[in-house]
Ligand binder design. Structure first.
Ligand code: DC
Length: 217
């Protein structure tokens, strides 16, 4: 292993299982983890707290410039209203630019003692860390993702309806994949893991094999 941090880039749509995978891979391989969705969610939360419009580029860009590490563990970030607004602010190129340095800095200088980092999001392999050592694209059928998200919401005590959850996921998929700047794409050099019929342990084992091979060089 070189002294350069070892980077795993994980992209994919909402509720595909990429967040769980990123967290567990980081634990297993002694890597730091950054869920880059929290940066967009924190931006959205700041906008909503100011009673501003997430689609207003000036408000959204100013909010993105205020995002720092201390905002990334706020439980309010998990709110569905915030998730929706995050997808709106994420379409703004200046917001993305404002959040890019934070992400690249994390990848270049993972918190000690980590020897590298796992970043998960939508544009990690394509834009944030195009030279990542491992690129994964984690996906699943929308209906299965909606069922997973529904179960998560219900487990946290939020009343939700399957058809609404599915519609919201499809809204976000379309927005995240259709925007002009850094859309969600499958990087050409990524390994695609379809989790439709896999549980979290099976996904972890499949990804761990790929990471182990990359570490061994
Ligand atoms: O992964 P998530 O649901 O927490 O992401 C919230 C929103 O942020 C999502 O709709 C798209 C956006 N996002 C992005 O555009 N780029 C990233 N690297 C991560 C998230």
């Amino acid at each position: 292993m070189t002294s350069r941090p070892f980077i795993v880039a994980i992209d994919g749509p909402a509720a595909s299982g990429k967040g769980t995978l990123a967290r567990r891979l980081a634990e297993r391989f002694g890597l730091a983890h950054l869920d880059t969705g929290t940066l967009y969610r924190a931006t959205a939360l700041l906008v909503l707290e100011d009673n501003a419009d997430p689609a207003d580029p000036v408000a959204a860009t100013a909010a993105a410039r205020r995002v720092d590490q201390s905002l990334l563990s706020d439980p309010l970030l998990r709110d569905e209203r915030v998730a929706h607004a995050a997808s709106v602010v994420a379409a703004n190129p200046e917001v993305r630019q404002a959040l890019l340095d934070f992400q690249r800095n994390f990848a270049a200088h993972p918190p000690v003692p980590a020897r590298g980092a796992v970043l998960d999001g939508r544009d990690i392999g394509s834009v944030v860390c195009p030279a990542a050592d491992v690129k994964l694209f984690v996906t699943a059928d929308p209906e299965v993702r909606a069922l997973r998200r529904l179960a998560e919401l219900q487990a946290s005590g939020v009343a939700a309806i399957y058809s609404d959850v599915l519609q919201e996921l499809e809204y976000r998929d379309t927005r995240d994949a259709g925007r002009g700047t850094a859309p969600m794409v499958v990087p050409p050099d990524a390994v695609v893991i379809n989790t439709t019929a896999l549980d979290a342990d099976a996904v972890l084992e499949r990804a761990s094999d790929i990471v182990s091979r990359a570490i061994a060089g």
